[in-house]
Design a protein around this ligand. Structure first.
Ligand code: SF4
Length: 496
């Protein structure tokens, strides 16, 4: 095939909870994670093709780059829709052809008739037929698949296309799919309920690649549910990672996402901690049993959720939690109940969102049948908007949601939660953090921004000295949480 010039473009995120826009400034970074999907697509393209990548979260896209390219490849999630529209406009103006894939386009292909080629579902399956047709001059507008890719064949992401210095963490993927079936979640629609995993050698190769390219620090394993196949994790993957991490003098710490049943497996948690995992995000969703039943989150039902979280924390993992309000079964008392739970759990990073129906999900289908859908989902469930008519009065729901956000991120409550967590947290492994000048700068900036200029200054200094006197080894973590709290308050302040 004649060599082509490919420009991979990652659209900009708006300000979001997980974007950490206000926190990453403290360590002079531009974005949290690189675009793993596009880096993988780049590796699937012919090696003789010239490739460049522009992450709009890092810098702007120049017209001359678009003129250089034969094709612009875009991958995006719902939340990046606005930026996608702008990129389309810019490409159309210059006559550059666009190839698009990823969750936004896979779930909503009808919304993008002006994109030249939609290569949907998993690129490991749909990209090859598209490239073949392109070579023959017969490329079609739409490529999709109803089968799942064997991710043991997924290539190593083309890390060389990015500058590590711009990001706070690197990301890799170990598995796709989730065995559960929560009705609001599109993960099982996009990746299936059969968990597919990479093999041990692949994961070690990915880590080696990051290591030899010079990365040190946080690695986020992006799986939506890392523990979908616990047997393989416990017998093959984690023992191999533990060896690797010891051999290489613990260059990485790991974060991931998991279902709450992680709490039932102390052996698995212990292996994760020995590997260097220190944080796990868990979808708690709600403390109301009827609402859990409504959304099919059976794994969270009939258990003492607080106890499950404390168990994971005591074994050495910080728990970040996702919470939702707006279920049909939510009572008026749900807002206070969620606040009480979050405070008691010591979950510092509590992402509370309004329920929204994502296209393709069982929730979406039910609400469509009930004629309750009012608009498409923005992709950001913390932007105070609903895309369906709730059972609870909308004004009451929004006011209750506001109350949760206003309370849990108010310095008084936020810093209290940090102390609750740090007081009980017993990391089993040595702190693998390495000294970097940017961390010292972050400390100095936090003293100025939070300790001198910030409204939270009394709480900041309270935590500062409390940690130094009672949990000195956790001092860097305390400063990190203070900075994160600042970010969360900035994100929500325009709504409050
Ligand atoms: S456990 Fe998480 S990833 Fe799995 S279906 Fe439920 S919300 Fe989705």
């Amino acid at each position: 095939m004649m060599a082509k010039k490919i420009l991979l473009v990652y659209p900009k995120y708006p300000e979001t909870f997980w974007g950490f826009k206000y926190a990453i400034k403290f360590i002079s970074k531009k974005s949290v994670y690189p675009p793993l999907g596009l880096l993988t697509v780049a590796a699937l393209l012919p090696s003789s093709w010239e490739k460049k990548l522009v992450d709009l979260n890092v810098r702007t896209l120049r017209d001359k780059e678009l003129k250089w390219a034969d094709y612009v490849f875009i991958s995006a999630m719902d939340v990046q829709k606005k930026s996608v529209k702008e990129i389309i406009g810019q490409c159309q103006k210059l006559g550059t052809k666009i190839v698009a894939g990823g969750p936004l386009f896979t779930s909503n292909p009808d919304q993008f008739p002006d994109i030249d080629y939609l290569v949907l579902n998993e690129a490991e399956i749909t990209l090859a037929p598209f490239l073949k047709d392109l070579q023959n001059g017969t490329a079609k507008h739409l490529y999709f698949s109803d089968t799942w890719a064997n991710i043991e064949k997924t290539p190593l992401p083309l890390w060389q296309l990015i500058n590590f210095k711009n990001y706070t963490a690197m990301n890799i993927q170990y598995s796709r799919g989730c065995p559960f079936n929560c009705d609001f979640c599109d993960i099982t629609i996009l990746y299936g309920r059969q968990v597919r995993t990479k093999n041990k050698q692949q994961i070690l190769t990915e880590l080696n690649s990051l290591y030899f390219l010079g990365w040190r620090g946080v690695v986020f394993i992006v799986d939506d549910n890392f523990i979908g196949n616990t047997v393989k994790l416990k017998t093959q993957i984690l023992p191999a990672l533990i060896n690797w991490t010891k051999k290489n003098k613990q260059p990485f710490t790991f974060h991931t996402e998991s279902s709450i049943n992680l709490a039932d497996d102390p052996e698995l948690i212990s292996l994760m901690v020995q590997t260097g995992f220190n944080t796990v995000f868990i979808g708690i969703e709600t403390v109301h049993e009827e609402s859990l039943a409504e959304c099919g989150k059976f794994q969270n039902q009939n258990r003492n959720l607080i106890e499950s979280i404390k168990k994971i924390q005591r074994l050495g993992l910080q728990v970040q939690g996702g919470f939702i309000v707006g279920f049909d079964h939510d009572p008026q008392s749900i807002f206070d109940a969620q606040i009480k739970f979050i405070q008691k759990s010591g979950i510092i990073t509590a992402m509370v969102g309004l329920l929204n129906a994502v296209r393709g999900t069982r929730l979406y289908q039910r609400l469509e049948q009930e004629k309750r859908l009012i608009k498409s989902f923005s992709g950001n469930n913390t932007d105070f908007s609903l895309n369906f008519i709730p059972k609870m009065n909308s004004k009451t729901l929004l006011a209750g949601y506001k109350k949760i956000i206003k309370t849990i991120y108010a310095p008084k409550y936020y810093y209290r939660r940090v102390k609750t967590f740090l007081g009980e947290y017993r990391p089993l492994t040595k702190n693998r953090g390495q000294f970097k000048l940017c961390y010292l700068m972050a400390l100095l900036k936090s003293v100025l921004r939070l300790g001198i200029l910030g409204k939270e200054r009394w709480y900041y200094w309270g935590l500062f000295f409390w940690t130094l006197s009672t949990r000195p080894k956790l001092f860097p973590l305390a400063i990190t949480f203070s900075i994160h709290g600042f970010h969360y308050r900035k994100i929500f302040e325009k709504y409050l």
